[in-house]
Design a protein around this ligand. Structure first.
Ligand SMILES: Nc1ncnc2c1ncn2[C@@H]1O[C@H](COP(=O)(O)OP(=O)(O)OP(=O)(O)O)[C@@H](O)[C@H]1O
Ligand SMILES: [Mg+2]
Length: 455
């Protein structure tokens, strides 16, 4: 992908010098001598990055920046400043500028900065393409995933949904077992009939029994009238038994009977009731181990587990991350009335590096809080919860393939320094170089390093 850069500066030699250097880096470059002219050019809509002088006659750099931020907040704008205007440049950064460079411009720094900014831009464009892909992925409306393991899950769902066979969905907490149960029902011929859900772990044994099978008047203290159970309510539809590993032995026997004979009696009742229910059960327990322990009946297990659907943990299908992230960002941006365009490289690598023990649920919560925390239109690593953030901060420096040794060194210096919160002595120590060397490598003047905290 070839990016187009707009350079706005009233000094001809700066304009042309920067243009030549960026063209050598492989970008398309267009130039404008004045703010107004630059704004006109920008509005054509094909510009990916803007480099603008701050002080210009007519529309100045700050106003140009403001207009761009209103029209297309995702476009990175790099400000050029003369000596003595660094404060204005810092103010411009508060107004949304991507970064600033002091004149005379160090072309290597420019090159690195532009590259980094456009990597973000590339991610944003990728994010848009993913959003379009999401629109297409309607078949399993509510289950997002394109990884190989999830394709397998989808394939099984579409093959088993039409039948009446019992299904046992297994997988860690938060992998999406309930969503899969929803999809099975929605894709089955029973879709017009009820899908009734019972969270077995939430109810005590006595209550669960009457929830499932109903009870007659006077069956137990407090049973003031006849009540139909979930099996009756789900007739001709689907019954979802969540956390099936938690039910006690007595209910296991009753359940086994319904599965075998398709009939049951209400608690305290004589009448035998026939039922036509499709059972989908779910558990995050290892039922085989429960059987070994004698806590779960093997015969019931085989009745439930006619078809097994194992949903793999998120850490084993990280290919699903981009789509999930995009979907959740969209959902929560809408909910919070924020315009979020995507997620930057560092936040993204933190998300990839993390293990997600709470699976998709945890990712969803993480994206919700990131959207709430976000200051700009792109989620940064700072917006992520500390549990997710620290992993990458503590252990990672990401350097893209194709980086020159010289630029790699700059990235290592910068990231180490920023991780150590600008502490130069510590940075020098960690990198095993002298303080003077560090200072020289950082370019000498501290104000030329935008990552440095203001002191
Ligand atoms: N593939 C997915 N696409 C979109 N959202 C998902 C996906 N998987 C899970 N979720 C969301 O993550 C959360 C957890 O999903 P769900 O309740 O289905 O998990 P679970 O496996 O039943 O977890 P538990 O074992 O804790 O009950 C829900 O908010 C759900 O909407
Ligand atoms: Mg669940």
């Amino acid at each position: 992908m070839k990016f187009k850069i707009l350079i706005v500066d009233d000094e001809k030699n700066i304009r042309e010098g920067l243009a030549a250097s960026l063209e050598m880096d492989g970008y398309d470059v267009v130039t404008a001598a004045l703010g107004d002219e630059g704004w006109k050019r920008f509005q054509k809509g094909d510009i990916d990055l803007v480099i603008t002088d701050l002080r210009m006659p007519g529309l100045n750099g700050e106003d140009l920046l403001k207009r761009i931020m209103v029209e297309s907040p995702g476009i990175p704008v790099i400000m050029l400043t003369g000596h003595g205007t660094v404060e204005t440049a810092v103010a411009a950064m508060r107004n949304g500028a991507y970064d600033f460079l002091t004149k005379p411009v160090n072309l290597d720094r420019l090159s690195l900065l532009v590259k980094r900014a456009l990597q973000n831009r590339e991610l944003i464009l990728k994010h848009r393409r993913i959003e379009e892909e999401l629109e297409h992925q309607k078949q399993f409306q509510t289950i997002i995933g394109t990884s190989a393991p999830m394709r397998k899950v989808f394939d099984t769902i579409s093959r088993v949904a039409p039948s009446k066979a019992s299904i046992l969905i297994t997988g860690e907490s938060g992998v999406g077992k309930e969503r899969v149960a929803d999809a099975i029902h929605a894709l089955s011929p029973r879709r017009e009939k009820p899908l009734i859900k019972v969270h077995c772990a939430a109810l005590s044994a006595g209550i669960l029994e009457s929830e499932l099978f109903g009870h007659e008047k006077g069956a137990f203290t407090g049973a003031s009238g006849r009540r139909r159970g979930r099996f009756e309510l789900a007739n001709e539809g689907t019954l979802f038994l969540d956390e099936i590993g938690e039910i006690d032995q007595n209910i296991q026997i009753k359940l086994l009977r319904v599965l075998q004979e398709k009939e049951f009696e209400r608690v305290g009742g004589e009448e035998t009731i026939e039922t036509d229910v499709r059972i989908v059960a779910a558990t995050n327990k290892d039922l085989k181990a429960e059987i070994e322990k004698g806590a779960f009946r093997e015969d019931l297990y085989f009745r439930l587990n006619v078809i097994n659907l194992m949903i793999p943990p998120l850490r084993e299908r990280k290919d699903d991350l981009p789509l999930l992230i995009t979907a959740f960002l969209k959902e929560f941006a809408g909910e919070n009335n924020k315009s979020i365009e995507g997620i930057d490289e560092r936040a993204r690598s933190a998300i990839y590096a993390y293990d997600w023990p709470g699976n998709v649920r945890e990712l969803r919560n993480c994206m919700e809080s990131a959207v709430v925390m976000a200051k700009g239109s792109v989620i940064t690593e700072d917006d992520l919860p500390p549990t997710v953030r620290t992993k990458s901060e503590e252990g990672w420096i990401r350097i893209p393939l194709g980086t020159t040794l010289e630029n790699a060194e700059k990235i290592i210096l910068r990231d180490t320094l920023s991780f150590l919160k600008g502490n130069k002595s510590k940075t020098a120590e960690v990198l095993a170089i002298g303080r003077k060397t560090l200072h020289r490598k950082l370019g000498g003047k501290p104000e030329e390093n935008p990552e440095e905290p203001e002191t």
